[in-house]
Design a protein around this ligand. Structure first.
Ligand code: PLP
Length: 408
């Protein structure tokens, strides 16, 4: 038999969502009359907007004709789409050929790891989106798991909590390391200010490190003072890759379309270009995004598409407001949800799983235990704004009723 990649054995089990499912099923079996509402999942729920549906229909019809049929395209994506991303989303701050269109941001996070090799040193926000660490584990760059801490020996964890305003101490970034930074953040909903991102870029540059900036939720930023891309920050073009997605701004979690910007100015220690290597990786292990999702992406960035998807994002932000108002009314400290679709909530005196159980049993509402995103997430719950409005309204009403009275 074949020999298993030993790094696979190091991946920690997908405990979080399976444990949520187990507890939810157990509760439903014991209380079949209860209508459980999930405010836990990070998946979108609203249908695709009309300009996108029309564009995909038209593309599908064209693919059924000799003239309109297209086979393999450029692995880096349609030129028109790369141009539109560079113009519409980056205002020309990046060049079209620095944009690599993909089948999603998570897939790019996995492919990016191939550039660094097992000796690379990684720093991640704690808590953080699990794909950064998990994809690094697969390449062998993380070292062994320290069981009692739930952390890998080869990774520098950057705790983000109330004590530091959810912005980490940057002095510990490893020399020539790779720093993953996500803003607006999943799971905390924290959005870094311009000054903070400037500090980040400066710190990364001082350590001769590389920043991988995850902007998957940038469309949720409504405050005009907050940067929507790392390339708004001076000097970022020489130290930062940005990866992003149509998943959350346009509901493409099932359609699958994202992109990664690799500026040509980014260099390795030996002077060679990261852009060349990422191009090589994309042309080796990826064969380009689907013609349909790219047609959808072009439509999402048309004037009508931008207008309609902005309204959809507003709708989710409206959900976030309803959840935040309910949580604040009952006295649970929470942040996020203003320029992000997630709220990061503390139920005073409870661990994440105790808070999860209390919410499920008393309000029949599911949220995601913060401890599942890293040790610094202990004591928090993540609420998501991606549900349907009627469910959000009902859940918010239940929170007010159940937790609104005097607390022991
Ligand atoms: N990055 C972050 C921070 C996310 O939360 C998610 C999805 O939840 C992704 C990336 C994945 O994006 P995509 O659907 O494009 O793979």
């Amino acid at each position: 038999m074949v020999i298993r990649n030993p790094h696979l054995a190091r991946l920690t089990s997908r405990y979080l969502f399976s444990e949520i499912g187990r507890r939810r099923r157990e509760f439903a079996a014991a209380h079949p009359e209860a209508k459980v509402i999930s405010l836990g999942i990070g998946d979108t729920t609203e249908p695709l907007v009309e300009p996108i549906v029309t564009a995909v229909r038209e593309r599908a019809a064209a693919m059924g004709t000799r003239e309109g049929y297209a086979g393999y395209g450029d692995e880096q994506g349609l030129t028109a789409l790369r141009q539109r991303i560079a113009e519409v989303l980056y205002g020309g701050k990046v060049a079209a050929d620095e944009v690599f269109v993909s089948d999603g941001c998570k897939c790019d996070i996995g492919r990016l790891q191939l550039m660094f090799g097992p000796a690379a040193r990684l720093a991640v926000q704690d808590p953080s989106y699990p794909a950064y660490v998990d994809s690094a584990v697969l390449t062998g760059m993380t070292g062994g798991l320290i069981e009692e801490r739930g952390q890998f020996a080869g990774i520098t964890y950057l705790p983000c909590d109330e004590g530091n305003g959810f912005f980490p101490d940057l002095t510990v970034i490893p020399e020539r390391g790779i720093v993953y930074f996500c803003s607006p953040n999943n799971p905390t909903g924290a959005v870094a200010t311009r000054a903070q991102l400037q500090q980040l870029v400066t710190a990364v540059r001082a350590k001769r490190a590389l920043l991988v900036f995850d902007a998957a939720y940038s469309a949720y930023i409504r405050d005009p003072q907050l940067p929507r891309t790392i390339y708004e920050i001076d000097g970022a073009g020489e130290v930062a890759i940005e990866t992003s997605s149509f998943s959350k701004p346009a509901g493409f979690t099932g359609v699958r379309l994202g992109w990664t910007v690799v500026p040509k100015a980014l260099r390795y220690e030996d002077g060679s270009r990261l852009h060349d290597d990422f191009n090589r990786i994309v042309t080796t292990v990826f064969n380009g995004a689907s013609v349909f999702s790219q047609a959808a992406g072009l439509a999402a960035l048309s004037p009508a598409g931008l207008e309609a998807t902005r309204r959809q994002v507003d709708h989710y932000l409206g959900n976030a407001r309803l959840i935040r108002e309910a949580l604040t009314t009952v006295g649970f400290p929470c942040r996020g949800g203003d320029n992000a679709p997630y709220l990061w909530v503390r139920i005073p005196g409870k661990s994440s799983w105790e808070a999860f159980d209390e919410l499920l049993h008393k309000a029949h509402v599911v949220a995601t235990p913060g401890a599942g995103f890293g040790p610094a997430g202990e004591g928090y719950l993540r609420f998501s704004a991606f549900g349907h409005r009627e469910n959000v309204e009902e859940a918010a009403g239940r929170l007010r009723r159940v937790f609104g009275g005097p607390r022991p």
